[in-house]
Design a protein around this ligand. Sequence first.
Ligand code: C2E
Ligand code: CA
Ligand code: CA
Length: 838
Amino acid sequence: MLPDDLDLDILAADWVWETDAGLRLTRVHGRFAALTGAAEPLGRPWPGLDGDPDDDAPLRSPIPFRDVIRPHRHRDGRTRWFRFGGAPLLAADGTVTGWRGLGAELSGPAVAELERARRCEEQSRRFDEQSRRFEAVVENLPLGVSLFDADLRLTAHNERLRDLFGLPQELLRPGTPLERMIRTSAGAGNYPHLNPDEAWDYVSARIAQRVRLQRERHLPDGVLLKTTIAPLPDGGTLVVHEDATDRARADARLAEQNRWLDHALAHMSHGLVLFDADHRVTVVNRQFLDLYGLSPETVHPGITAEELIHRRTEAGNFPGLRPEEAWVQVSERLAARTRYRLDQTLTDGRVVAVTYAPTPEGGFVTVHEDVTAAKRAEAQIVHMAHHDALTGLPNRALLHEGLAEALAQAPASGGATAVLCLDLDRFKTVNDTLGHAVGDKLLREATARLTAAIRDEAGLATLARLGGDEFALVLRPTSRFRAGRLAGRLIEAVGRDYEIDGQRVAVGLSVGIALGPTDGQDPEGLLRAADMALYRAKAEGRGVHRFFEPAMDAAIQTRRSVELDLRAALAEQQFALAFQPFLDLATNRIAGFEALVRWHHPVRGVVSPAAFVPIAEETGMIVPLGEWVLRQACREAARWPTSLRVSVNLSPVQFRSGDIDATVIAALRDAGLDPHRLELEITEGVLLQDNASTLAILHRLKRLGVRIAMDDFGTGYSSLGYLRAFPFDKIKIDRAFVADLAVRPDALAIVRAVTTLADSLDMTTTAEGVETEEQLAHLREAGCTEVQGYLISRPVPSEAVAPMLTEDGIVQPSPTAFSPSGSSRGREAEPGIQSRRR
Ligand code: C2E
Ligand code: CA
Ligand code: CA
């Protein structure tokens, strides 16, 4: 069935074939299967066609073809070469319906030639591909690359080269001599310190060495350039430039960091050791060695943690442990691989805080700090929190703790728990007059005596200082009798005279005793009970001890209710003034009246100022009350003959409130009273407080014309001293001296001395509490200016003042005349309590 026009060549073919229009075989004859290795050829593409349209183009042409040579991979893996020839099959309308032709395997030298050509082609294809890839790499390298042939002419370069040097494009054409490039580059300053000639000499000399060379230099724009010149086997030269600026900077930064680290390690106050993942020392600083007394010869990078612990044990860092034991302890902690901190006490007593922290690399770091001083300070602070700095005695907090403990143990051990509250008598006066330094010494001396006095109690007594001149003592187990006896010993010991800085000082001791559990079950209750007993001891003359009695509680309750009542009293106008005249001895006329406050209590009747003034002072109520007294006294006095003065008592607390002078001025102005008619009586308590500002106030008042009188003169500690501190207008000699005039011969001498002194200082003197004619005679003889007392008149209500004044104001000193017993107008219920305020 072969076409008639086939030539003989083709007839020599190995097979006959036919395909459809899509070049898929539809028929084969001959050795096709054997030659191609195909099992089932029909429906498959022509052998040798691997789907590449270029390859099968000649076969698709609608004209006959011949000598198409194609390689084909046999099933056995070897490649065979075939030659084809054929012609299209045409339908009646001339369209191609397929092809038909012959195929034959080639053999002999022709195949060898074909194989060689194919290999060549393959190689150059691969080479092309490689060089394409290579070029892409070179082009994208952060390096400037240039290649020169043996004649030192440019053969290749990348873009980066141009960027680095800023060379013109025309200079970078293949064939440009290296010399031209160098000279241009040198002209642009790329070779610092070299002119173009020198630069070329330099470069050409280096290339001539034909060895790989590396050099770094800085370009004018600051770039650090690293240049590598490498000779190539073909006689050419490869030049690679690297911008090493960033790397150099990073290196510099790293070096800097390391320097800092070294510096920090050397100068940190802590000891530090860094271990790697194998638990070997990699870094150890000087401080670590110094801290533990280790030598750099035995402890250095490279040794293991275990060896280090051994060295440290030998150096006495782990008291009481053998090296192996110490290591077991440490390694157990290391195994946890969590951060920890512990305080370690060394053999010599120093305390080192060790912090251990694992590092992300699997190692760990330990930091060692000598905290001995801090620990000591801490202990001291704890001590300070529980002890009084001045005397070293336990303070209130510690006493409370101890007392709570004693009370808790009491039921088991039996016996009473005694709490003694101690208070030094007259301490405040000593402190205020002789100074705090003397006061402190006195407290220390008194503490020493108290401590000595309880030594016999052999650890059963605890003494504490509660503050100021207050102490407390807990004694247990004990009895009422023993507590009382101890109190007596304490009073005796503290009461002996002191010699401080060459001065004789005397203080006393008052003691209040409460016994637990009868007087109180808890520390607060017991201390409160002892405090009430102390209050009683003070009230009953000081220098004594008193046991708590339930009635004292009631007394305190009364006090508290007075405090509450006082507030209401002012609002409800329960206060009134009584007036007591003072007589001028030269003229026998009433010179004025002292205003004395009275409280008309709706239930308790008339309450003595001695009973409520101290409470009013404690609560601050004295400030509004004092202002009321001042205003009321000024208003009353404004109605009296202008020759009469009014004197008003001022409390120290009123001075502390700050604006007493403004209050006085306002009272005078509102009453329309001449300041010269007002006398203010102050006690030494006023001068005891903040002297500068008090004196300033007194001077301001005096400048206004107000007279200032020193009240209760002679009762204080250093009355004479106060006379020098301020130019008083008047001294009121305390009634204690007046009462003593008849019985104590020196009393008269004292009064005489005072009047003489007052006279020389231009002050007047008023004797208080004059009750008898005899006293009056003595006082007149001693040179007193004025007298005041029941002999002249008791304090009277304000409406009784006017009748007391005769037409010419001259008053006869007669007790009956001025203290008309039985007369409800002239007589005033005198409060029984006569207490002297400090
Ligand atoms: P004081 O300033 O020394 O007042 C004199 C006290 O002695 C008055 O007692 C008066 O009634 C009393 N007295 C007068 N003559 C005699 C006498 O011949 N014999 C005796 N035994 N006593 C006499 P009072 O009124 O009970 O006042 C007591 C203290 O209360 C006063 O002592 C004064 O310190 C204070 N006080 C009275 N009123 C006020 C006031 O308005 N303000 C202030 N801050 N204190 C006042
Ligand atoms: Ca007075
Ligand atoms: Ca007085």
